[in-house]
Design a protein around this ligand. Structure first.
Ligand code: TYD
Ligand code: MG
Length: 467
């Protein structure tokens, strides 16, 4: 039997199968297997051992040049990238269609074009769109007031053409490819957007970026489930993965680093979408709390940390008698398993009855919280809604809750308190801290609570949520 020349690749998860099947065994999706040519996976057949060069081994100690970073002057973007863009690095920007990726990158390149680069020249920015025509991009630039920006614009989908254009003597400093799903390599038969094409196009462009030393931005679309559609493979190939997220019903957008070889992950940048493009939000807490109405039960302000920044957000809970056989539990912006755990702890350790109630939880403004430190704030919102007693309007809450109902200290408590202080909050409900009270530099009145029962007593025990 001859050697197989093609195999089948799942377009969702990238798993390779020798035979076609209706369903991918790895991710369970239907109709996702597509035939692709096998491109010599093992590389050249036999490498003569003599052919290589000796590696030059060195010690960990030594002087290395400080990484040069191009600053886009969009502080929120620079911070997420670890303090600026590193030449030769590849940044994948993922996000839902219409969230504002093209707008962000056009604004960023316009700013970058004004910056002086390492070679003391003006930064050359190239923007290649496979999605929109030149006219459409010009229209957007007009709306953003960027018609005079020095950006080299082109509309193309062919990777061969792009590589040829960028290979000239006048190299670019920044290249934006919008989007990687529209690009194709003409040696492959599969359609643009398939795993094979995305991988091949990504590979070619990334190699070019490393060779020429320019910053490459790849735009990628995200599926409904929240993963980069098809090109999961790309996440491994690039240096930095940024997600641009937000709710189209809300005007603010969050740029989140999920992988970064040149900086911290979990760093976020906050933007607001306005009629004339994206504007930076230097003080997100004020924005997230702007629409808060005081004196309503079920609302609690959580003092969280996103990346290196403290951020205050409002958590809203609603508990209503259930009419159906199975009570409803709906969560927006938080982990639903975590909510189930908290409900169980409230029932088993604090004697509350929630089995016959519908429970809804919402993080106001559309922010997604992943920290377990939000437990106490969520529990407080739930207890407040159940007792119909409002949480004091000038109180913030944070802390983790364990399965026995005990509260646990979380990271960066002082930073959280400081931010709350800055925004005018007077009280904080938190777990017992390890730092001495005298070492704290806030004027906030702190209540340390060791068990969830204590919070229940604050509301149901006749204290009206006060201490
Ligand atoms: P876009 O950058 O095209 O999104 P993506 O590239 O992620 O698909 O953004 C499109 C949306 O942004 C569109 O719904 C209109 C809105 N928008 C504004 O609100 N203000 C603006 O100044 C611009 C340019 C777009
Ligand atoms: Mg776009």
């Amino acid at each position: 039997m001859g050697k197989a020349t093609s195999h089948f690749v799942c377009q969702e998860c990238g798993t390779i199968f020798p035979k076609w099947a209706g369903k991918c065994d790895a991710c369970g999706k239907w109709n996702t297997l597509v035939e692709e040519e096998i491109v010599s996976a093992e590389g050249p057949k036999s490498v003569s051992l003599k052919a290589g060069h000796h590696l030059n081994f060195v010690t960990l100690k030594g002087t290395s040049e400080q990484t040069f970073r191009l600053k886009s002057q969009i502080t929120e973007l620079d911070r997420v990238c670890g303090g600026g863009l590193v030449p030769g690095s590849v940044i994948l920007v993922g996000g839902d269609p219409g969230i504002g990726k093209s707008t962000l990158l056009l604004q960023a390149t316009a700013k970058l074009a004004e910056v002086v680069n390492k070679k003391e020249n003006h930064t050359r920015c190239v923007y290649i769109s496979g999605e929109e025509s030149i006219d459409q991009i010009r229209l957007r630039a007009h709306r953003l007031g960027l018609t005079n920006a020095h950006i080299d614009l082109a509309s193309s989908m062919n990777v061969r053409d792009i590589i040829t254009s960028l290979d000239g003597p006048e190299t670019a400093d920044i290249v934006v490819i919008d989007s990687i799903q529209t690009m194709y390599v003409d040696t492959l038969d599969s359609a643009p957007g398939t795993v094979g094409q995305v991988r091949a196009a990504g590979h070619e462009l990334i190699r070019m970026a490393k060779r020429k030393g320019f910053v490459l931005f790849l735009v990628g679309h995200v599926t409904k489930e929240g993963t980069l559609a098809g090109p999961r493979v790309l996440e491994h190939m690039v240096d930095t993965v940024l997600y641009f997220e937000g709710d189209r019903g809300h005007h603010f957008r969050i740029l989140r680093a999920v992988k970064n070889r040149f900086g911290a992950t979990d760093e976020i940048g906050v933007f607001e979408m306005t009629g004339t493009g994206l504007s930076e939000v230097p003080n997100p807490s004020a924005l997230f709390l702007a629409e808060r109405r005081g004196n309503i039960s079920g609302s609690c302000v959580y003092a969280g940390i996103e990346g290196s920044r403290p951020m205050l957000v409002e958590i809203q809970a609603l508990i209503a008698p259930s009419t159906g056989t199975a009570p409803r539990r709906a969560v927006v912006g938080w982990d639903s398993n975590r909510l189930s755990m908290l409900i169980a702890v409230l029932e088993a350790r604090c004697g509350l009855t929630l089995g016959n109630k519908d429970i809804f939880l919402n993080v106001a403004g559309g922010l997604k919280i992943t920290e377990p430190a939000a437990d106490m704030a969520v529990a407080t919102a739930l207890i407040s809604s159940l007792s119909q007693i409002p949480v004091p309007a000038d109180m913030v809450v944070f802390g983790e809750i364990g399965l026995s109902g005990e509260t646990r200290a979380v990271a960066q408590m002082d930073l959280r308190l400081k931010e709350a202080d800055k925004l005018g909050f007077k009280k904080a409900l938190m777990p017992p801290a390890r730092t001495k009270k005298t070492e704290r530099r806030t004027t906030i009145h702190i209540k340390e609570e060791g068990h969830l029962k204590g919070i229940v007593d604050l509301f149901i025990g006749g204290h009206n949520g006060n201490y």
